[in-house]
Each structure stands twice: as C-alpha cells, then as structure tokens.
Design a protein around this ligand. Structure first.
Ligand code: ADP
Ligand code: MN
Length: 174
C-alpha cells in the first residue's frame, strides 16, 4: 500500500544539526520525528555499550524490526548518522547536512566527545562519508546536500523541505 505521507531521512556526521532540523521540521509540518538514538536505547536494539566510543553498539536487524511498522505507515523524519541500513523502498528523501571542520570541532568539543570519537567524526565529515553513503544507497535524485552552519541556513533548509513536502503531496494525491 502506498504511503499517504513521505518518509525523510535527515543524516550527517554527529553535530551537523540532524536533531535540530528534525525538531523544527516536525513542528512545522506535523511529520513525526523518529529519533533512532532513542529507539536504540529505549527498545534495546543494541549489543551493549562501547566504553571507548561512549555509544551503543547497534543491532541493525533489531532496529529495523522495531521501526518497520511506523516507517511503513509514512510521515516519519528519521534522525540518524547512517542511512545505508534502511530499505530503499521506505525512503522518499535523504537530506545530508554538512558543516565546516572548525564548526564541527566546536560543536563536538562542547559535547565533550572522547578524543578518538572526535577525530573520527571530523575525518568522516572531511571525507564526505555520509554524502557518499547516501549517494550509493539511494537514487541521486532523492539525495540533497545542505549546509548547516548558521541559524539562517537551518531556517532555509527547513523551508526548502517544506516546499518539497508540498510538492510530494500534490504528486501523490489520487
Ligand atoms: P546532531 O543531531 O546532528 O548531532 P544537533 O542538532 O544536536 O546535531 O546540533 C548540534 C549542535 O549544533 C547544537 O548545539 C545545535 O544547536 C547546533 N546547531 C546545529 N545546526 C545548527 C545551525 N544550522 N545553526 C546554528 N547552530 C546549529
Ligand atoms: Mn542528534
């Protein structure tokens, strides 16, 4: 059965602004913010805690099982720093948020990230890991790269996604 509302992934290196964008977009559109972080933690979709990285070791099969029903219903904004695990058929738009290295350094330092995790995330942003992952996993037409350094950029990004949503609804009205 076709979805009556689309599913959007907001992805990017930790600290690029995924959660901030998802919350604002949910408030503006009524789509539901699906925080994969919360699902992993609260529904125990993990194989324990990695002390060095200070993060859960995600069990992807469990995670997909946990979110399948609600994602298939549609109208979800998926908030996660990976995108290649979701079946293509679930997803209508993939937004990859980007920031410069100095901005990311400041944001992650403010979060007191352990050194190894800080360095790995900075490298990941410089190497465009998430952008490549998105382009390899989805049709290029549905992948959008957006800058997320300033509040004005966040505002215009959210407006742009709202416009896309309006268009999607028009195209998918029977
Ligand atoms: P993520 O969910 O990708 O880890 P967050 O949304 O938690 O990122 O944002 C990390 C920090 O950066 C927060 O303090 C947030 O307020 C700030 N931030 C994110 N995006 C922007 C932006 N476009 N302009 C200004 N500050 C931002
Ligand atoms: Mn987040």
């Amino acid at each position: 059965m076709a979805r009556s509302l689309p599913n959007i992934i907001i992805t990017g290196t930790p600290g690029t602004g995924k959660t901030s964008h998802c919350e604002l977009l949910a408030e503006r559109t009524g789509l539901k913010h699906l925080s994969v972080n919360d699902v992993v933690k609260n529904r125990e979709c993990h194989e324990g805690w990695d002390d060095e990285y200070q993060s859960w070791i995600v069990d992807e099969d469990k995670l997909l099982d946990a979110i399948e029903d609600e994602v298939k219903e549609g109208g979800r904004i998926i908030d996660w720093h990976a995108c290649d695990l979701f079946p293509k058929s679930w997803i209508d738009l993939v937004v990859v948020l980007r920031v410069d290295t100095a901005t990311l350094y400041d944001r992650l330092t403010a979060r007191k990230y352990p050194e190894v995790k800080l360095q790995e995330n900075l490298d990941s942003e410089i190497m465009e890991v998430l952008l490549q992952e998105a382009k390899e996993s989805y049709d290029e037409e549905i992948v959008v790269e957006l800058q997320s350094v300033t509040a004005d950029e966040m505002e215009s990004n959210v407006e742009r996604i709202e416009q896309w949503l309006g268009q999607w609804k028009e195209n998918n009205t029977p």
